[in-house]
Design a protein around this ligand. Structure first.
Ligand SMILES: NC(=O)c1ccc[n+]([C@@H]2O[C@H](COP(=O)([O-])OP(=O)(O)OC[C@H]3O[C@@H](n4cnc5c(N)ncnc54)[C@H](OP(=O)(O)O)[C@@H]3O)[C@@H](O)[C@H]2O)c1
Length: 416
């Protein structure tokens, strides 16, 4: 399977996704031992040498981030971790760091930043790819508070080069190829990430697909399983259907047997949504999507709306939900949704949700179960992963600019 092209339509015609685990076993999630039959967790032994890191630390406040702190080397702190032999790890690395929040111009390339030290429960990854996600733009502009290090990036793919000797590191070993979901730091050659939200990539997952799939794929999977557990035959409205999360939603919803009404801003994007499973197409730039949904559903509305566009579509999405349906608002590509009066729900007994991926995969069991399922779909050819473009680290402003400018489809990757 090529990372840059979608699979032929025929491969999608495989069996629907397995039903929610709760119908198969008495617990909400299947056990790790059950999971490991297909994609075993990394083994427990730690191979290399244990030593005390010479890295020192102190905390200083960055003037541009009022109330944020950053860790920099200074006083000795005994950090215990297992690493590759020291000469293989350089002292410094290249990374994109923001000095303060702002426009694309704040994305600065540094070539001499110290390597992060894995703290308790963390592993250090030598990055091969970093995923570019819409949330990175919110963190850059200050819509959400940026990470204390000033280094953006929540999605990494690479090789484990050090493992903390403290905390639970779930058996990760040096040399493991992993994809990781983290709170920041991935726009860099090395990133320290929680082992808890790292996943050992199964054999056969092509280079780049880890960082191309983890965050957006898990988002789509948890939205259709937890935010609104989608049932076969339901009609679902998906906005920005040719985007990163959007293409995942189209494919997963098709596999579940739902009917998808897809919106996007161009004919090309709509055609791509159709290739990925959308049944009805609406250009929401040229057409009133509320009227189109009413026409398509015979006035009934949709069982759920998955809306990552935010401010521009919220009211129309709310109007499009059927009685007892779900309004799932999961992002702000066009700006944050204004405050909402709860009493409005009663008119149709609608549920409004504002889910965040991190809160769906907070335990190791949740993260591992969903990740194994996600990469299983890819390995089995049940879903295709559309990569819009691969960008050099120094071209990150171009990548974020294209994403914000609605010029992309599918996933954007930084190649380290
Ligand atoms: N809650 C969570 O945990 C979670 C996790 C992951 C992602 N998200 C959210 O999911 C959404 C999609 O993320 P993504 O990374 O996959 O991005 P994306 O969908 O690839 O890109 C955003 C898309 O939004 C559409 N859009 C509509 N109005 C826009 C505007 N005014 N400015 C920019 N874009 C606009 C564009 O598609 P058209 O040109 O077709 O309109 C654009 O391509 C984002 O809101 C993101 O924050 C949330």
């Amino acid at each position: 399977m090529s990372a840059s092209t979608l699979l032929p339509r025929s491969v999608y015609k495989l069996s629907p996704l397995t039903p929610p685990r709760s119908t198969l076993v008495s617990r909400r999630y299947i056990t790790r031992s059950a999971l490991n039959q297909k994609f075993p967790s990394p083994g427990l032994p730690r191979a290399a040498t244990s030593f005390q890191s010479p890295i020192h630390q102190f905390t200083r406040t960055i003037p541009h981030f009022p109330s944020t702190k950053i860790q920099f080397p200074t006083t000795p702190t005994p950090h215990n971790y297992t690493t590759m032999s020291t000469p293989t790890l350089p002292a410094t690395m290249r990374a994109i760091k923001i000095p303060h929040t702002g426009g694309l111009e704040v994305l600065e390339l540094h070539s001499d930043l110290p390597l992060p030290t894995p703290t308790s429960g963390q592993i250090l990854i030598k990055n091969a790819f970093a995923g570019v996600n819409y949330i990175d733009t919110y963190l850059r502009t200050g819509l959400y508070p940026p990470p204390a290090s000033g280094i953006l990036g929540q999605e990494a793919e690479g090789t484990v080069v050090a493992v903390s000797a403290e905390g639970d590191t779930y058996g990760f070993k040096i040399g493991d190829r992993v994809a990781a979901f983290t709170s920041g730091g991935a726009y860099a050659e090395y990133v320290a990430v929680p082992a808890q939200t790292s996943f050992k990539l199964p054999e056969g997952i092509e280079a780049g697909l880890g960082a191309a799939s983890l965050l957006q794929g898990l988002t789509a999977l948890t939205l259709i399983r937890e935010a609104h557990p989608v049932k076969k035959g339901e009609t679902i409205l998906v906005h920005a259907a040719a985007g990163g999360v959007g293409l995942w939603l189209c494919q997963l919803l098709r596999a579940v047997g739902a009917k998808v009404i897809a919106t996007a801003s161009t004919a090309e994007k709509l055609a791509l949504a159709k290739e990925n499973g959308a049944d009805e197409l609406v250009n929401y730039k040229t057409h009133d999507f509320v009227a189109e949904v009413a026409r398509i559903t015979g006035g009934a509305g949709v069982a759920a709306v998955f809306d990552g566009v935010g401010a521009a579509t919220f009211e129309g999405s709310f109007a499009s939900v059927a009685r007892k349906g779900s309004m799932v608002s999961f992002g702000n590509a066009s700006g944050p949704v204004p405050p909402f009066t709860i009493a409005r729900l009663g008119a149709k007994n609608i549920k409004v949700l504002r889910p965040r991926l991190g809160a769906y995969v907070e335990t190791r069991e949740e993260f591992e179960t969903y990740s194994a399922e996600l990469f299983g779909f890819i390995a089995d050819g049940k879903v295709g992963v559309k990569v819009h473009g691969r960008y050099k680290l120094e071209d990150v402003a171009k990548a974020q600019g294209e994403l914000e400018g609605r010029g992309t489809v599918g996933k954007l990757l930084l190649v380290l």
